[in-house]
Design a protein around this ligand. Structure first.
Ligand code: F6P
Length: 485
């Protein structure tokens, strides 16, 4: 098998460099070992005809990393536009934030089509394509249009919302029909799977039997593959990282006070405003907890060109300063708020230093910070995870303290409980979570999906020989988008 993995963001990753993408950081170690070719954006754009699109191809473990310059004319409409101003808010049930023009949609489709043409150079008879995430919902259909008959799988890292929510996305029907070109579609949770199947049955009128959908493309299997981490490796990293200078400095600055930690991309789906309000409420209701426990909140800037993200950044900065102003003392800062990224190595050490991990998104596909916080703990004296019941991770980590991120008082009480939990209970909860992490690692996720993809090709034609010459890479289609409705 020749595996080709595709995602918008790739990781060139060294453990000591900052990484913002949960997906990219999670995929790196497994893709590296698998010998796959990983194709994604170089982070640069280029004008003009792209007959030779790859800026760089470099070795990655036993395989390769191919980083592609995306077409300049369509990048904004694709990334900031349709992917992150229509799909992302809808997938996180924020229909109020959906905004995308027809041009954005056309750009999204053009980038999907561009990526499909670029992928032909990696196609061999035995190739298996595995496409990641909402940036490329239509990539499978584009590959099929180019005559690709090899297995193509898709995994969604975000949640999949209820029908009424996805109906808020312009061109939802066309996109979801296009998704059925994939042989296997993987989701993080059973709820996501069910919401998708409900749309397929009710809106597209298609038959579903045992998770198999039959469409004009043939059959697609829809299944759950919860993404994991490498818990033992992360634990080792955390144990070593406690002596990292940043981590030592943090420890020294604590003066015996307890620490809660939150680490998120600065995104409205992460529930950051509610979290800060919950800490505010906790210190207001329980003044005795002032000075005895603080919050370290890392909020890494993300998608800054999108208005909703800029607004959130200002709102959050104002709220943190207000809470610090009211509860702080000359020698005590309640919330240490940092707008920058940290390497995995440093994060592992910070997680181990904190007695409480707060992971309270309003909606989240999985949330690997929750899993990493657990894995980083000292088995003899583990911290407590406070976890939103709307994160995919809550389905597995059910011995965390589960909270409703909309219930500020409830979160305030739960965080206070976490800060004073006795060792026996902490150990019991942590051991149960660690066992779950070990039972479903990132290696299981990767091989389960690839195995299932290879087995899933019911009703699809056998792989054909690649075409001798890949078609012209750009532009293939007129800019008026006549092909799309
Ligand atoms: O949740 C989907 C996801 O791919 C995450 O894995 C990742 O943290 C985030 O989106 C990356 O977004 P971006 O590439 O826009 O920084």
């Amino acid at each position: 098998m020749n595996l080709v993995v595709v995602s918008n963001r790739v990781a060139r990753g060294k453990a000591n460099e900052p990484m913002t993408g949960g997906l990219a950081a999670a995929l790196l170690p497994v893709v590296e070992k698998s010998g796959a070719i990983w194709v994604g954006s170089s982070g640069r754009v280029r004008d003009g005809a792209l007959r030779e699109p790859f800026a760089e191809i470099e070795a990655l473990g036993a395989g390769a990393l191919a980083m592609l310059d995306l077409p300049a004319a369509h990048y904004g409409g694709y990334y900031e536009g349709f992917a992150n101003s229509a799909l992302w808010p809808a997938l996180h049930s924020r229909t109020d934030l959906i905004s995308a023009s027809q041009e954005d949609y056309l750009s999204y489709r053009e980038v999907n089509a561009f990526m499909a043409r670029a992928l032909l150079r990696f196609r061999k008879p035995e190739t298996v394509f595995w496409i990641q995430d909402y940036h490329f919902l239509a990539l499978g259909a584009e590959l099929r249009d180019l005559g690709v008959t090899q297995p193509i799988g898709f995994f969604l890292h975000t949640p999949w919302p209820a029908r009424a929510v996805i109906e808020g996305v312009p061109h939802h029907r066309e996109l979801i029909e296009a998704m059925l070109a994939y042989d296997l579609i993987g989701f993080q949770t059973q709820d996501d799977c069910e919401s998708f199947l409900s749309y397929v049955q009710s809106n597209l009128g298609l038959d579903v039997h045992d998770g198999i959908v039959t469409s004009r493309y043939g059959t697609s299997r829809i299944a759950v593959f919860p993404i994991g981490i490498d818990p033992d490796n992360f634990a080792q990293q955390a144990a070593k990282a406690v002596s990292h200078p940043d981590v030592s400095r943090l420890r020294r600055s604590l003066n015996g006070e307890k620490l809660a930690i939150g680490v998120d991309r600065l995104d409205y789906s992460k529930g950051l405003i509610n979290r800060i309000n919950a800490f505010d409420r906790m210190w207001t209701l329980r003044p005795a907890l002032e000075r005895t426990a603080s919050l370290l909140q890392i909020a890494t800037p993300s998608r800054g060109a999108i208005e909703a993200y800029g607004n959130l950044q200002s709102e959050l900065a104002k709220l943190v300063s207000d809470v610090n102003g009211r509860h702080g003392e000359v020698d005590w800062t309640p919330i240490r708020y940092l707008n920058k990224g940290f390497s995995q190595t440093v994060l592992a050490g910070l997680y181990r230093t904190a007695q409480v991990g707060v992971v309270t998104p309003l909606h989240d596909g999985m949330n690997l910070v929750a899993k990493e916080y657990v894995a980083a703990q000292n088995p003899a004296d583990p911290g407590v995870l406070v976890l939103s019941k709307f994160a995919g991770a809550a389905k597995e980590l059910d011995t965390a303290l589960l909270v409703n991120p909309h219930d500020i008082d409830g979160m305030a009480r739960t965080i206070a409980t976490a800060l004073s939990m006795p060792l026996t209970e902490r150990r019991m909860r942590w051991e149960a979570m660690m066992a779950k992490l070990r039972a479903r690692t990132i290696q299981h996720w990767f091989s389960d999906f690839v195995d299932a993809l290879q087995e899933t090709r019911i009703g699809r034609r056998a792989a054909e020989q690649p075409t001798a010459e890949p078609p012209e890479l750009w532009p293939r289609r007129s800019a008026n988008g006549a092909r799309y409705h």
